[in-house]
Design a protein around this ligand. Structure first.
Ligand SMILES: Nc1ncnc2c1ncn2[C@@H]1O[C@H](COP(=O)(O)OP(=O)(O)O)[C@@H](O)[C@H]1O
Ligand SMILES: [Mg+2]
Length: 355
């Protein structure tokens, strides 16, 4: 488009066929008009001030305007506008080079919308993930509290009453006359002794009574001694950590050792077991390793396989560690034993959390 810079109101003196195609106006329809008609009623546009200033100063400019085709359809017009000077230096014309950038703009706007929608969705997902995580943590706490209550009931209620029964049984012994009666009595006593042991064991594995009082080290030592009583040989090392850790860490680590030990008893047929718990390089981390030299298993994709087989032991360990913000690793090869490892960042535990 070329406009006359000398005549009043800078009328159009030429447009090329591309202009005709872009705007829908023929050359004859626009000759002599000021090009602002392309804006229709839509006059409140920042680009207009840019053009006015360029006209006034005789300078080149660039802006994007909302223009309207003859059909009334809006389009974005990217305008490059520059003066043509006569030999003496006076401006005779302005040339406007125009590009329809509507598609470009719409794509860009689309992209921005998509990006912000995606950001919103990601934010929402992240929030839900955190809520789920919190829920899982709460559930673990609830579960532990229930176990604690159950363990106490088993130990205090059932355990005590069976002990009383045992005493009663003993007091009846001198009054038993017949040989047959004594034999039955002995059987009953053995049965009851076994039951008392069973209840003690159930109570201890539901919630180890020592954990709240003494902390991890002695409680795990007791667990290993009890579970590996008839073999395998075991070593337990606890180093570089304070006596007490945050309750959530203590119960979490205990449960992982407990489940690992159960797995070893159930699946490994091992000769040696090593349990190591240490404070990492500078005591700010907790590193846990449980390894055995037993049967091992194919640990590739163990998560998927466990999920498919409906096994929750290893997966539960991983989840606990994840909820504590740590890392969990399972290594195993058939015939070469199994290694369970977990690493946790430790926050200094405020005093008085235990009990
Ligand atoms: N220490 C181990 N030695 C050998 N196999 C193991 C050991 N720990 C786990 N496994 C294998 O991994 C599987 C998944 O373990 P887990 O998730 O605890 O489920 P579960 O103990 O109920 O079978 C076990 O079934 C077993 O095949
Ligand atoms: Mg298991």
């Amino acid at each position: 488009m070329i406009v006359d810079a000398v005549q009043p109101d800078t009328p159009i003196v030429f447009v090329n066929p591309s202009f005709e195609k872009m705007t829908g106006y023929a050359l004859q329809e626009v000759l002599g008009r000021n090009c602002r008609f392309l804006q229709g009623e839509d006059r409140d546009q920042p680009g207009r001030a840019v053009i006015r200033a360029a006209l006034r100063d005789g300078a080149a400019c660039e802006c994007v305007l909302r223009n309207y085709r003859k059909s009334g359809a809006m389009f974005w017009n990217k305008l490059y506008f520059f003066p043509i000077r006569r030999a003496g230096g006076d401006i005779s014309h302005f040339v406007g080079v125009q590009h329809d950038v509507t598609l470009e703009r719409e794509l860009l706007a689309d992209l921005e919308r998509t990006a912000s929608e995606r950001a919103r969705l990601i934010g929402e997902l992240e929030l839900q993930r955190r809520q789920l995580e919190q829920l899982s943590r709460d559930l673990l706490t609830v579960q532990e509290n229930e176990r604690k209550a159950l363990a106490r009931e088993l130990h205090d209620e059932l355990g005590q009453r069976m002990t009383v029964l045992n005493l009663l049984l003993h007091r009846t012994l001198p009054h038993l006359e017949a040989e047959e009666g004594r034999a039955l009595w002995t059987k009953a006593e053995q049965e009851l002794g076994g039951l008392i042991e069973l209840v003690r064991g159930m109570s201890a594995s539901l919630r180890p009574p020592g954990l709240d009082f003494f902390g991890l080290e002695p409680t795990i030592r007791q667990l290993l001694a009890r579970q590996f009583e008839g073999g395998p040989a075991w070593i337990f090392e606890y180093a570089g950590l304070p006596q007490r850790l945050a309750p959530a860490v203590e119960i979490g680590v205990f449960r992982i050792v407990q489940e690992s030990v159960t797995n070893i008893v159930r699946h490994a047929d091992a000769r040696h077991v090593v349990v190591e718990i240490n404070g990492g390089a500078d005591g700010s981390e907790l590193e846990l390793v449980v390894r055995d030299d037993g049967a091992g298993f194919d640990a590739a994709n163990w998560r998927e396989r466990a999920a498919r087989a409906g096994r929750t032991g290893l997966a539960g360990m991983g989840e606990r560690i994840q909820l504590l913000g740590g890392q969990f690793q399972v290594d195993s090869t058939p015939g070469q034993g199994t290694r369970i490892a977990a690493t946790l960042r430790l926050q200094p535990a405020p005093p008085g959390q235990h009990g």
